[in-house]
Design a protein around this ligand. Structure first.
Ligand SMILES: Cc1ncc(COP(=O)(O)O)c(C=O)c1O
Length: 380
């Protein structure tokens, strides 16, 4: 049986062909470290890494220099670097009630940092105006999930950014589910920090991500990891300048080569074309399931404020059993459960049962969606 991959919110698959080719080229033909040696292959590694930073800078309309695009071991690391490197005992943070555990768990590891959650409605959308009543004198950060990995709802980051700016509070965004899926504009959203994974909508390999920091935020951030950077080797202190200050240790170069080629692919297709394809498929999915009884869509029904992450609750069925049958009988690969986001499920009224999550990607087709809708109808 052929399989249909609808688990792109977990990680995108398949990758553009050039991604594996670039990684193999690095492993078989380049093999040099970054920032350490100066022979020709090392220059190749420098240039590809610079190209990745420059592409991310352009893609996210990042107003700082490419030096402020910090490469991380992934989105979870970027969020931890931000929260743990920036907050101090006594600080207060505003998050949304749609956060992933990549935000909530680090926050809860800091018992002397308090937080409030902006409530979300039953479709997973927050009202940015709620922020006004949550701001306290010690609020040091507003950090929200841009697109939900459970409901697909996309928050109005521009409105949140305007409110954050009004109070002079830095604004950080978890772009895990929107980067590569939905327009994301660092400057327009008035961000201080943006964390993204390489392996989801940006089509790169896993084990790499980026944390984009304004100069002001970078100066306030304590590097969590310290070590060799290949630079200022006469000193036992970390360099002051970026990106070295936040990039100790040997970097994930196969990941950098793979992600750089993925970003080239994305730039060639363009975010508008990628988004248009996803909108078309999502609409088809939503229309297809509209008349199926006893299946509840947990997320927005319209397209303006959502990505192609579609969570369903099969009211008369055990969602885990549905998920098992989707693979066994129909070859459809999805993710079931709580998706590392218990707070989001509480907001949607699906805790602790969880949902069956279908998530679309650039490589999916109308036929994939039709097969999923037919399977949902049969299983409901
Ligand atoms: C909204 C959100 N935030 C954070 C993460 C963590 O990203 P990663 O597992 O790539 O580090 C995910 C992953 O699913 C996510 O969906």
């Amino acid at each position: 049986m052929n399989t249909i991959y609808l688990d792109n919110a977990a990680t995108s698959f398949p990758k553009p062909e050039t991604v594996a080719k670039a990684m193999v080229r690095y492993l078989n033909e380049v093999g040099a470290p970054l920032n350490r040696s100066v022979y020709q292959n090392a220059q190749d590694a420098e240039l590809v890494t610079l190209s990745l930073r420059e592409q991310l800078k352009r893609f996210f309309h990042f107003p700082e220099k490419a030096t402020h695009v910090i490469l991380t071991p992934g989105n979870t690391y970027g969020l931890n670097f931000l929260l743990k490197g920036y907050l101090h005992p006594g600080d207060h943070v505003i998050v949304s009630s749609m956060e992933h555990n990549a935000v909530m768990r680090p926050l809860l590891q800091m018992p002397d940092v308090s937080f409030d959650r902006i409530p979300a409605d039953g479709q997973g959308c927050i009202d940015p105006d709620d922020i006004h009543r949550l701001v306290r004198p010690n609020t040091k950060l507003i950090l929200i999930n841009h697109g939900s990995n459970v409901s697909g709802s996309v928050q109005d980051a521009e409105a949140v950014g305007a409110i954050a700016a009004q109070y002079g509070i830095p604004f950080g965004l978890d772009g895990a589910q929107t980067a590569g899926h939905y327009p994301l504009d660092f400057a327009r959203f008035q961000l201080s920090a943006l964390s993204v994974p390489g392996h989801k909508g940006l089509l790169g390999p896993s084990g790499i991500g980026a944390l984009l920091l304004t100069e002001d935020m970078a100066r306030k951030l304590t590097p969590l990891i310290a070590g060799g950077t290949g630079s200022v080797s006469n000193s036992e202190y970390l360099p002051e300048y970026l990106p070295d200050r936040f990039e100790s240790g040997t970097m994930n170069l196969p990941g950098i080569y793979g992600w750089e080629s993925a970003m080239t692919y994305i730039s060639e297709r363009g975010i508008d074309a990628l988004r248009a394809h996803e909108v078309e498929l999502t609409k088809r999915f939503l229309e297809g399931i509209q008349d199926i009884p006893r299946v509840r869509l947990c997320g927005p029904t319209g397209m303006e404020n959502r990505v192609g992450v579609l969570s369903l609750d099969f009211l008369d069925r055990d969602n885990a059993a549905v998920s098992f049958e989707l693979e066994q009988r129909f070859g459809i690969l999805i993710r079931c459960g709580l998706h590392c986001a218990p707070s989001a499920h509480r907001s949607l009224g699906t805790f602790p049962k969880g949902t069956v999550r279908f998530s679309l990607g650039y490589a999916n087709t109308e036929a994939d969606v039709d097969a999923a809708v037919a399977a949902i109808r049969a299983l409901a």
